[in-house]
Design a protein around this ligand. Structure first.
Ligand code: ADP
Ligand code: MG
Length: 926
């Protein structure tokens, strides 16, 4: 068990310097007579009742205590000791607590486990309460709800990732059969980003997969909706909320009020549905922050179709942000991330999650990367400056929310310094493209007076908490300096007392010491104790404490000096806190320009990081336009290439050309065959990843890439691959394949990897066969289709935009050597036995398998695919009328039966006939 409660806790009631114990603490032993709740319990129950869905962190002195069920839940979740405290309605009250200085850590764990926490603070000094009477309870209230989507502390957040809160609103269609519309609002209160979009049911899942929110809020009605509930249950944290939060009629007013504007028109033409989702978000933020308003940017509406649609399965399958096993390492993001700031890393992740579809917007980003590719010294200088820039956006959010500390002020100071030097360096370079030029302006937008003030005010070494004091620089505020001098003077006098007391008592080892319990005291060893207990010294020294080796005393003089130190220290801290508020106010006033500068830093960080990556890994600038071209020369897989490079192994580059053949208005489909381990999956994915990189505005791992904008990207892997990871079944594979066949269009890129593998050979082959026909004739998309059914290559004769490609392999002394090279044509066979041999199957098994294969091949002289090609007209199935069951062919049994005429038979003849029938039947069944 984790000892959340240090033994020091027992000291808290007898600490002279500390706040006096709240009256309810001493009312601990109300015992059996307490059938009525104590006033404190009444208060607790009232606050808890108002926050039923949260664990209540109830502040008592230096602890957050939890009671009743909360205590049981938390003690289990956190592994902390469950104790009891008094009685309620005759039963013990379970209790557990966490010390405030470690509260963040425990909050983090509770939130990660899916709990919500209401933080209830003491709103007055316990001494104030005491003035109202001995039984008075300290005023307390909830100051904040901590939920997964509304975090601001660095200790609760991943620096490199946004933490989004998303709200989903639905407009049910009145026309039957017509789809509902959805609006999705998402915001990150730790950075202020706020975005809005409208979509249909399928789009909703794709958008949520892209945003990957920490928490999703929906109305109670939506949460219980039979259509949506199963999907919602698959998300990480979904919070159902009462109807008023999603009320459409008050939405515009609530949104306008949050931003203190008269109308939301300035945010663009928002639909009522979008307003509803956006208002739900801000209302929830206000409720969780108990009225505080984090510095949100006005919502930005994302036009439908502005970003490449990638559904959840495709994201997972392409391992964009994390690998299939859930790690960042090994993902595309990890392979390309060369950013040097947390904000840059977040922006890179955002761009990777949402590649663009507008060729000119993509070009604008690529221009910035090109600029920094071309000028290595500019790039290096920029990265050096950026590396010194703290996380402006998150520091700002904490300061605005009143949760900031001195180090957040320092982060603003250092961040703004970095912004100014970066803008100077960028402005000194020639030919800044638009994105960089805009950044230069934004980096300069905060008022220089603010930085000057922070420079002057903040000390060198800063405490984490403002209440620790000592963060204001000497010379900044004369009144503060004077109070500090008084305090330090008194401390000096106290230190000088030691020498004087040593002399008057004749005890050379006498010491003046300090601790939190006694304050200042005189300490002598036990053997000298008696001297101070007896006259005349006992007139000056009075006893405080006896330990095993020492005795401790105080004096009136020491007490007075201590009071002086304490009051001067209190005054000094009070002055420092005032200065903190003033500095904080100055920062908050500049919130908008600070946010703009923070964003500009991130933009330059991303451009420089992508430029550095391009130089380091020899990526090229892709040509992205509105055509349907897809021509990659010398393409590589960015992650596999990097992994191989670590082992010093080369990656074999491959071409891919899915551009429509001349005279056609739809792209090509490649059927890629080749043995296992030949590199099919790698080849498929690398082409998809090149699209993602190009459209997010990055250079790509290729010698040349011409890409007509892709609007939807699909990728699926046959069930066998997923089964190995215990994730999926053939059914899921089919559901996902169905989704592609139903949705893909001419602008889509579809990657199908060994679809149909999860079932019997003929089933699988038939499904793959029909899927290819559908992709070619109906979806008319660009596609790559890897398969181990080499029968499928026969389709190239019939489908004119279908091409065969195969992974070259070499046979050498009966072994197979993978060349990882894609060439036109079909694999002649699957080399399964050779691969099995490579894998170390026993020689006897390999030999036997070769014999069996030879037998099977001899029996199956006419390839089934050739037969199919000849027999099956395209789409015969969709046109064909179901055939009647064919007459069973006549056979021996029937011949015998037909010859019988029961009416003319004698009993003996009938019996003979029966024997005859039995005989014929026996011949039939071997
Ligand atoms: P398949 O899907 O055909 O079974 P994979 O794509 O899974 O094959 O590739 C198997 C392994 O071969 C990969 O893990 C990788 O190490 C290596 N490989 C694949 N493609 C290449 C390539 N182009 N260059 C070098 N090695 C490659
Ligand atoms: Mg594969």
């Amino acid at each position: 068990m984790d000892a959340a409660r240090p033994s020091k806790a027992t000291d808290k009631t007898d600490m002279p310097g500390a706040a006096p114990a709240p009256p309810e603490v001493s009312a601990r032993s109300t015992g059996a007579e307490a059938s009525r709740p104590t006033p404190m319990m009444e208060q607790y129950i009232e606050i808890k009742t108002a926050n039923p869905d949260c664990l209540l962190f109830y502040r008592m002195g230096d602890f957050y205590e939890m009671f009743f069920d909360d205590a049981e839940v938390a003690s289990r979740a956190l592994g902390i000791v469950l104790t009891k405290r008094g009685k309620h309605l005759g039963n013990d009250i379970p209790m557990c607590g966490v010390p405030i200085e470690r509260a963040d850590e425990y909050l983090h764990r509770l939130i990660a486990l899916g709990h919500r926490v209401a933080v209830c603070e003491q709103l007055e000094d316990p001494a104030e309460a005491k003035k109202r009477g001995a039984k008075a309870v300290v005023r307390r209230d909830v100051v904040r709800l901590v939920t997964p989507g509304t975090l601001t502390e660095d200790s609760l957040l991943d620096a490199k990732r946004n933490n989004y809160l998303a709200a989903v609103a639905r407009a049910k269609s009145s026309a039957p059969g017509e789809d509902s519309r959805f609006a999705l609002a998402c915001l990150d209160i730790s950075t202020g980003e706020f975005r809005l979009t409208e979509c249909d049911r399928l789009g909703l899942a794709a958008q949520i997969a892209r945003i990957d929110p920490g928490e999703v809020i929906v109305s109670d009605a939506l949460y219980g909706d039979p259509d949506l509930a199963p999907y919602l249950r698959t998300l990480v944290a979904v919070t159902p909320l009462p109807r008023d939060v999603f009320d459409g009629t008050s939405a515009e007013r609530r949104l306008a009020s949050y931003f203190a504007v008269a109308t939301t028109e300035a945010f663009g033409a928002l639909s009522r549905l979008e307003l509803t989702a956006a208002a739900a978000c801000v209302t929830y933020v206000e409720r969780t922050q108990i009225g505080r308003r984090p510095p949100l940017s006005p919502p930005v509406r994302e036009a439908a179709g502005a970003t490449l649609i990638i559904d959840a399965a495709t994201r997972a399958n392409l391992e964009l942000m994390r690998t299939l096993s859930g790690e960042r390492r090994g993902s595309l993001l990890a392979a390309i991330d060369r950013t040097v700031t947390a904000a840059g890393s977040r922006l890179l992740a955002q761009r990777l999650a949402a590649p663009l579809t507008d060729a000119s917007a993509i070009a604008a980003r690529l221009d910035a990367v090109s600029w920094l590719v071309a000028d290595a010294s500019l790039r290096n200088d920029a990265q050096k400056t950026l590396a010194a820039a703290p996380d402006l956006a998150r520091a700002l959010a904490r300061l605005v929310l009143g949760r900031g500390g001195p180090r957040d002020l320092a982060a603003i100071r250092d961040g703004l310094h970095a912004a100014v030097s970066l803008s100077e360096r960028l402005a000194a370079a020639e030919g800044a493209p638009d994105e960089a030029a805009r950044a230069i302006t934004a980096l300069r937008s905060p008022d220089p007076a603010l930085v000057a003030m922070l420079d002057a005010a903040l000390a060198e070494d800063l405490p984490f908490l403002k209440r620790d004091g000592g963060f204001v620089r000497v010379g900044f505020d004369p009144a503060l300096d004077e109070t500090r001098t008084l305090r330090d003077e008194a401390r000096r006098v106290i230190a000088a007392l030691q020498a004087r007391y040593a002399e008057t008592t004749g005890i050379r080892s006498l010491k003046v010491r300090h601790n939190n319990v006694l304050g200042y005291f005189v300490e002598v060893t036990a053997q000298h104790g008696d001297k101070l207990f007896s006259a005349p010294l006992n007139a000056t020294f009075f006893h405080r404490q006896t330990l095993s080796g020492q005795v401790r005393f105080s004096t009136t003089e020491l007490g007075e000096l201590e009071a002086k130190v304490a009051s001067a220290a209190d005054r000094a801290l009070g002055l420092e806190l005032d200065i903190f508020d003033r500095l904080c106010g100055a920062v908050v006033e500049q919130a908008e320009p600070i946010k703009a500068a923070a964003r500009a830093l991130a933009i330059i960080d991303v451009a420089a990081a992508l430029a550095g990556l391009a130089v380091e890994r020899h990526y090229v600038r892709p040509q992205v336009d509105a055509s349907l071209a897809f021509h990659i020369a010398g393409g590589r897989h960015p992650v596999v290439e990097a992994a191989l490079a670590e082992d010093g192994a080369p990656f074999v580059a491959n071409n891919c050309d899915l551009t429509p053949p001349s005279g056609e208005n739809a792209g090509r489909i490649y059927v890629v065959t080749g043995p296992n381990m030949a590199g099919k999956s790698t080849y498929l994915r690398q082409n998809a990843l090149i699209v993602v990189l190009a459209q997010m505005g990055s250079f790509v791992p290729a010698e040349r890439a011409d890409i007509g904008v892709v609007d939807r990207l699909f990728s699926r892997v046959g069930a066998a691959d997923d089964l190995a990871r215990g994730r999926s079944t053939f059914m899921v594979e089919m559901v996902e394949t169905a989704a592609i066949l139903n949705q893909a269009g001419t602008r889509s890129l579809v990657i199908l990897d060994e679809i149909g593998r999860g079932t019997a050979t003929f089933d699988g082959l038939s499904i793959a066969w029909a899927a290819i026909e559908h992709l070619h004739d109906r979806n008319r998309c660009r596609a790559l289709f890897a398969t181990h059914f080499h029968e499928l290559t026969a389709l190239a004769h019939k489908l004119k935009r279908l091409f065969n490609a195969t992974m070259r392999v070499k046979e050498w002394h009966g072994d197979v050597v993978f060349l990882h090279e894609v060439v036109a044509g079909a694999a002649d066979r699957s080399y399964g036995i050779q691969v099995a041999k490579l894998a170390g199957l026993p020689a006897a098994v390999i030999e036997r398998a070769k014999h069996v294969l030879a037998e099977l091949e001899a029996q199956d002289r006419m390839s089934p695919a050739q037969r199919l090609i000849d027999d099956l007209p395209l789409f015969a199935a969709s046109r064909a009328v179901p055939k009647e069951t064919p007459e069973p062919a006549s056979d021996a049994l029937r011949t015998v039966l037909d010859a019988l005429n029961p009416d003319e038979m004698s009993p003996k003849q009938a019996l003979d006939a029966l024997y005859q029938l039995k005989q014929a039947a026996a011949k039939k069944t071997p």
